[in-house]
Design a protein around this ligand. Structure first.
Ligand SMILES: [Zn+2]
Length: 460
């Protein structure tokens, strides 16, 4: 058989396989690249998450508005990077462009020094979004919005088919941007008038307002699908621990993180990569151990007796281990774990940094659900840990208490001066709750919570 023929047959088989299992063959990329188009997830970061956000407007453009604190709903994430750096915007998936607004808003230079100044022309066609690109995902009903791009840099137009990781423009500050960043949204059930590439509607601002008000378009927290560097790092580290029973090596970990962040692999494919590795196979687990490991690696829990019995029965009837792995790594439980990972990852950090232990399954599940359902804000969750009976039982002295505040709220050890300041407050009789509040209203906390988990930066 000729080489081409072989490749064609292989392609046919994998295509049929993908159709049959409705599997996504690649993940979602981080949407920012360096000036050469290489995805850059290390020097860029989320500065405002999805949901309620708070910030100070120091308004030099409309001086009559003055300087004020603003809390509002944010329907996407804002991603920015190093000052005076050119960043490209890349498509997070294969898709079709369904709308753009190019060259609509003027950008009055880009400066990080005055990073709260509004720039651009609000009355432009793109409205607050400035120059934007709207792309319909090939594999789902999701639509991705990339906003505030630099003028004259968008290189796609309505109807253009784009590939995962393809450059579509340059990061800018057009529209109501304030400073250079990408505003990125994921929407579902977008109105058909807008979603159709044939649509003549071009005014996204009016259409989206209509969509919000009539609930025709629903926004989704982007970090459910686009992981931050921290989340990818923790996801991979969990796998080394759970599947291979060891700490990651630097090179291996960096490679797996890159596969997630560039969208080359789905989370499901990453898990399967670990279980199908020689290192895992060399452990020569028997069937019972193998199933137990699948639960641990994929679902991050112990098996339940019914589930385990079912899979053992499958193995005994001749179904292959690969097949079982495939089912578990594409189960709704696994998918939910992946889309809720931002909350789970954050709650796990609180167990480790505040209570000094690994989470228990039910406790972690409860905190995660409280975050994903917006029943509790991140600061309320943190407060819950510090006010828990388990924490109080530790009877920490002031010094140890402050140390725990640094780890739980800022995810670092204390610095000498900072610790001294907080110790003085406590020794003067300021209540611990007040000191905690100071941590949760600090700029450092707000940056940590958005950069690492894309969570709301609203304080206590
Ligand atoms: Zn934004």
């Amino acid at each position: 058989m000729s080489k081409t023929k072989k490749i064609l047959i292989l392609l046919g088989i994998s295509f049929a396989f993908a159709l049959f299992f409705n599997l996504k063959s690649y993940g979602y990329s981080w949407p920012i690249a360096d000036s050469n188009g290489k995805v850059d997830y290390q020097s860029t970061y989320i500065e405002f998450g999805y949901g309620k956000r708070t910030y100070t407007v120091d308004n030099n453009l409309w001086k009559q508005e003055g300087s004020y604190c603003k809390t509002e709903n944010h329907y996407g994430v804002d991603i920015t990077g190093k000052p005076n750096t050119t960043y490209k915007i890349v498509s997070v998936s294969d898709g079709t462009v369904i709308g753009t607004s190019n060259n609509r808003a003027s950008s009055i230079g880009i400066s990080f020094q005055n990073n709260n100044i509004r720039r651009g022309n609000r009355s432009g066609d793109g409205g607050g979004y400035g120059n934007y690109v709207l792309i319909k995902d090939n594999d789902s009903d999701k639509v991705f919005l990339y906003a505030h791009l630099a003028p004259n840099t968008i290189n796609v137009s309505r109807g253009t088919r784009v590939k995962l990781g393809q450059v579509i423009g340059t990061m800018g500050s057009s529209g109501d941007a304030g400073h250079m960043h990408l505003h990125f949204e994921i929407r579902r059930n977008i109105s058909s008038a807008l979603a159709s590439p044939k649509s003549t509607r071009s005014n996204l601002r009016l259409t989206t307002r209509f969509d919000y008000e009539s609930n025709l378009s629903e926004t989704i927290n982007p970090v459910k699908y686009i992981y931050t560097y921290q989340m990818a790092n923790d996801f991979v580290t969990d796998l080394y621990n759970n599947a291979l029973g060891r700490e990651p090596d630097a090179k291996g970990k960096a490679d797996w993180i890159d596969r997630i962040m560039t969208g080359k692999f789905t989370q499901s494919q990453v898990v399967q990569g670990f279980i199908n590795s020689n290192e895992f196979k060399n452990k020569k687990y028997n069937d019972s151990q193998y199933i137990e490991m699948l639960y641990k690696a994929c679902l991050q829990r112990n098996s339940d007796s019914n589930g385990k019995a079912h899979y053992i029965k499958c193995l005994n009837s001749g179904i292959s281990r690969e097949n079982i792995l495939n089912r578990v790594a594409n189960s709704s439980e696994f998918n939910n774990l992946c889309t809720n990972y931002y909350a789970k990852d954050f709650a796990t950090s609180l167990y480790k940094n505040i209570l000094g232990r690994n989470p228990d399954y039910n406790g972690l599940k409860g905190w995660t659900a409280n975050i994903t359902s917006n029943r509790l804000t991140p600061v309320q969750v943190i407060k819950g840990f510090y006010n828990s009976a388990e924490f109080n039982k530790k009877k920490y002295n002031n010094s140890d208490y402050v140390e725990r505040l640094y780890r739980g709220c800022l995810q670092r050890n204390s610095d000498v001066n900072g610790k001294k300041t907080h110790m003085n407050l406590l020794n003067r009789g300021v209540a611990r709750d007040q000191v905690l509040k100071g941590f949760l209203n600090s700029p450092e906390y707000r940056k940590m919570i958005t950069k690492k988990y894309g969570l709301s930066n609203v304080g206590l």
